[in-house]
Design a protein around this ligand. Structure first.
Ligand SMILES: Nc1ncnc2c1ncn2[C@@H]1O[C@H](COP(=O)(O)OP(=O)(O)OP(=O)(O)O)[C@@H](O)[C@H]1O
Ligand SMILES: [Mg+2]
Length: 507
């Protein structure tokens, strides 16, 4: 009788048992980097070690984020962007598919650009590039978004017409474009093709007609978001703090994808020409959230950027509810993947197949609450510890909300212009909330007052504020005490109370 039995076992099976034979988390020296060079994310689940994200030892700064709806992807992205901006002055460009980040960017005083609502991008803009290279990029975008690849002749005439449009506008195909010259638009390209058709010398007129038809989709009157002179300078946007490029007003997914591809191409070229300088941290983070096709098509620049790793001065963050919408090359090349809650077996198989994490981690991912995540990091050197570990919770950061009580409806013109009396009172949200609680305002009342203020960009006139307090059931005596706590002068308090129609103030 034998006691020991030899088993045949595949090496990937052994890898899945890693949890049993190796420590379950990377050592603290890896998780906790220099606070001036890394971003705090949260503490680990097992040993409660603070995890600060740094890409110094990773293969690249790019990040993939996956998880079901509501699991906390956007919350995590916002947290990362804010902290990177504190730490490294990192700029951010959010390619905002569903307009999800718009309100937040406004609150944080960033720039919101709404394509399809008054803003245009000319996809033929050169931003210092050679026309030859831009032509190739436009053709790649058409390859990803239309059926042009199936029609080589149409592709050829389209490419030729784009080249011609640049030449006609005074550019030289193989030379970097000067900044002061306006690029042609898709409308010029269409005109060139039409002229060719009318000349009647070209032997396949149907091919020309189809090529024209394809481009017209992007240049119809009213839908020519990408076929007019640009209203924004992408080169500058990447140096402008927090920028949200809201694509939600564009008519369909193809338009959104065209914008996203163009933005990625332009940023990539800009960063490539400026060169990588690691000591400065990250110059920019570019966010692609739910970007259909842009993250999945092999030919997309999202994949090139991640594959080329550290070459650019920006980190690309690709987020999606559906991991199978993210090309495998992204998962296998990004420096860090954050996996929030995932339910579907299909998605878990896909992720486990490309990252090879343990069964233990897989099981945990299905049970995560909001903000919990498994983190997988790809280090530059080989590891003696698991590359995947679990975070108890992403410790997020809400932007500071400042609420203003505006005295302009109480003060006289001369008081306002003299500046002798304080004209507004500013509070941080929690501070104001705590004050309300001090004055026994019910939870419902507090919500009502905040709703009134939120409805007008968190600023409220004093008389309206007093009326809202009264509506929430605050007694006049308590309103007075509240006003006194702001060090408002008694005479002025009397004026406020009587103007608010609250009868006689008992001061
Ligand atoms: N780590 C966290 N701590 C506290 N609250 C969180 C955390 N993560 C998410 N939340 C809250 O949970 C809600 C959903 O989060 P979020 O919008 O980030 O989800 P999502 O994964 O982006 O969903 P969707 O796929 O629908 O865009 C938000 O109200 C957010 O404030
Ligand atoms: Mg989201």
């Amino acid at each position: 009788m034998t006691i020991l039995k030899l088993q045949h076992i595949m090496s990937n099976e052994i890898a899945r048992r890693a949890f049993l034979s190796r420590p379950p988390e990377p050592p603290a020296s890896v998780l906790l980097s220099d606070p001036f060079q890394s971003i705090y994310i949260g503490t680990t689940k097992i040993f409660k070690v603070p995890f600060t994200w740094s890409f110094i030892n990773l293969t690249n700064p790019h990040i993939a984020v996956v998880g079901i709806t509501g699991s906390g992807k956007s919350f995590f992205v916002k947290t990362l962007l804010i902290r990177a901006s504190y730490l490294w002055n990192t700029n951010a460009v959010i390619i905002d598919w569903a307009g999800e980040y718009k309100a937040w960017v406004k609150q944080t005083n960033g720039i919101v650009v709404s394509l399809g609502k008054g803003d245009y991008l000319n996809i033929m803009d050169l931003s210092g590039m050679k026309p030859l290279d831009r032509t190739k990029q436009i053709i790649t975008s058409l390859d990803i978004l239309t059926d042009i690849a199936l029609y080589p002749e149409q592709k050829r005439v389209t490419e030729e017409a784009i080249d011609q449009a640049y030449v006609d506008a005074g550019f030289i195909a193989s030379e970097k474009a000067p900044d002061d010259k306006d690029a042609p638009t898709l409308k010029d390209v269409i005109a060139i093709l039409q002229e060719k058709l009318q000349e009647g010398k070209y032997e396949y007129p149907a091919e020309l007609e189809n090529a024209i038809y394809r481009l017209r989709q992007f240049s119809k009157e009213g839908e020519d978001y990408f076929a007019r002179k640009s209203t924004l300078d992408l080169g500058k946007l990447v140096e402008s703090g927090l920028v949200d490029i809201d694509l939600s007003a564009l008519p369909d997914e193809r338009f959104r994808a065209l914008a996203a591809l163009f933005i990625l191409q332009t940023l990539k070229e800009k960063m490539r020409s400026e060169g990588w300088s690691e000591t400065k941290g990250l110059k920019a983070l570019v966010v692609l959230d739910e970007a259909w096709k842009v993250a999945s098509d092999e030919k997309s620049d999202a994949i090139t950027i991640v594959r080329e790793g550290r070459k650019y001065q920006f980190g690309l963050i690709v987020a999606s509810q559906n991991p199978t919408d993210i090309n495998e090359a992204i998962f296998s090349n990004v420096g860090t993947t954050f996996m929030l809650r995932i339910k579907f077996e299909k998605f878990l198989n896909y992720l486990q197949g490309s990252m090879n994490f343990s069964e233990f981690i897989r099981e945990e991912i299905t049970k995560f609450g909001v903000g919990q995540a498994a983190v997988e990091m790809a280090f530059q050197t080989s590891l003696r510890f698991p590359g995947t570990f679990i975070l108890e919770k992403i410790q997020g950061e809400e932007p500071l909300y400042v609420y203003i009580i505006d005295m302009s409806d109480v003060l006289t013109q001369s008081e306002l212009s003299s500046g002798a009396i304080q004209r507004d009172y500013q509070f941080e949200k929690d501070e104001l909330k705590n004050k309300f609680i001090e004055y026994n305002i019910s939870g419902e009342g507090v919500d009502k007052i905040f709703a009134a203020m939120d409805g007008q960009s968190r600023s409220i006139k004093m008389l309206e504020f007093v009326a809202a307090l009264k509506d929430a059931g605050v007694t006049i005596a308590n309103v007075v005490t509240f006003l006194k706590s702001l060090s408002i002068d008694d005479v002025l308090i009397t004026r406020i109370i009587s103007n608010a129609g609250a009868g006689n103030a008992q001061i």
